[in-house]
Design a protein around this ligand. Structure first.
Ligand SMILES: Cc1cc2nc3c(=O)[nH]c(=O)nc-3n(C[C@H](O)[C@H](O)[C@H](O)COP(=O)(O)OP(=O)(O)OC[C@H]3O[C@@H](n4cnc5c(N)ncnc54)[C@H](O)[C@@H]3O)c2cc1C
Ligand code: SF4
Length: 330
């Protein structure tokens, strides 16, 4: 592994100051399960993705940890571990969707030290990106190896230049729960809804979110759901542990006499960003869910553009949509 300087700030201001000084050459460190044990250990680098010279350890900033519940919703510090999220009775009661999604991640050992901030900001798992010998667009190169290579787990929706699927399960759940992120940088703090947090390769192929190099994710806020909100989560993976989503579905919606009133449907494992399936939501609005679910789920086909080896994901997505929404209704 390349050597680096390690900084251990105790305040957010101190951390932002160090990031500002180093610019692109520094990265923040949380649990390290992706940055150190993945990206840096495996020398995942390129012109557009330099390995850092300095790591700014956030685990030494107590302010970034913990779960706070209020009548308005829940605030979760970015350094809160995935296990702490799963074990929170308050979160389980109000946002079972987040608890289930978090529980589906990796393994108990990894969840004990991996953090929410790290999970949301982890780099994609495309096997070409993670291979040293492939200098693709995302590393600053001039091609995408997934177009002609093995693309069985790549995007079926919204790929352009790059066909990664967003790896974070908490991101899929938080987008369905209409959550927002609070960030800190040299100019102060700003709040960004997760609707606008993730960016597609079309906007910037070198990044997956709007965080600037000198910004830190401080916390996540989830608004209290309207009374009677139904939530459900399904994740299809190849084996029970250590597996990312082949396809996942997160739903949170309200009903009146089994008619869809309002809500969100979000897909994971299918697009470069957690994908809000507004096309399906629109088909359900004001309709009896049981009567219209088959047709509504089928509309996902109109936005799907599968690659040479992953058309199977379209079928899976359609079926999983139907199953998850009916589960929430039941
Ligand atoms: C075998 C294995 C299986 C996995 N399976 C899944 C899975 O099924 N689903 C899933 O969602 N994930 C999965 N993961 C990914 C894992 O959940 C992430 O590696 C982990 O959540 C990252 O958290 P961390 O605290 O260790 O982050 P780190 O590795 O420390 O950081 C990850 C990235 O986030 C940035 N970062 C961290 N915190 C902040 C912050 N507060 N502000 C700004 N940037 C920040 C870092 O700079 C870095 O770029 C798996 C990982 C492994 C190794
Ligand atoms: S899908 Fe993206 S990350 Fe993977 S090879 Fe293509 S450009 Fe690189």
């Amino acid at each position: 592994m390349k050597s680096f300087e390690l900084y251990e700030p105790t305040t957010v201001q101190e951390a932002v100051g160090i990031l500002t000084k180093f610019g692109n050459r520094a990265k923040v460190l949380a649990g390290g399960s992706d940055l150190v044990a993945g990206v840096m250990k495996d020398w995942v680098e390129g012109e557009g993705m330099p390995l850092p010279d300095a790591l700014v350890d956030l685990t030494t900033i107590p302010q970034l940890r913990g779960i706070r519940i209020s009548p308005q919703g829940a605030t979760i510090g970015a350094l809160t571990t995935l296990t702490e999220i799963i074990e929170s009775k308050d979160l389980k009661e109000r946002f079972p969707l987040l608890t289930q999604a978090t529980h589906s991640i990796a393994s108990p050992l990894i969840r004990n030290y991996a953090t929410l901030g790290g999970n949301l900001n982890q780099r994609p798992r495309c096997w070409f990106l993670r291979g040293r010998e492939f200098n693709c667009y995302k590393k600053g190169g001039d091609s995408c190896f997934s177009v002609t290579g093995d693309n069985r787990y790549h995007a079926i929706i919204g790929g352009e230049l790059c066909y990664i699927v967003h790896p974070s399960d908490t991101a899929t759940a938080l987008l369905a729960l209409d959550a927002r992120a609070k960030l800190a940088g040299p100019a102060g703090e700003r709040t960004v809804p997760f609707d606008n947090y993730f960016i597609s390769p079309r906007e910037d192929v070198l990044r997956e979110n709007i965080l600037k190099p000198d910004e830190i994710l401080l916390e996540v806020f989830i608004p209290a759901p309207s009374p009677g909100t139904r939530q459900a989560w399904t994740k299809l993976k190849n084996r029970e542990v250590y597996e990312f989503a082949v396809v996942s579905v997160a739903v949170a919606f309200t009903t009146e006499n089994d008619t869809w009133k309002d809500g969100r449907i979000v897909l994971g494992g299918v697009a470069p960003v957690p994908y809000r399936a507004a096309v399906v939501e629109n088909q359900l609005k004001g309709k009896n869910i049981k009567n219209s679910i088959k047709q509504a789920a089928g509309v996902i086909r109109t936005v799907a553009r599968p690659m040479s080896m992953n058309a199977y994901k379209v079928e899976l997505t359609q079926n999983l949509l139907e199953r998850t929404i009916l589960e929430a209704l039941a």
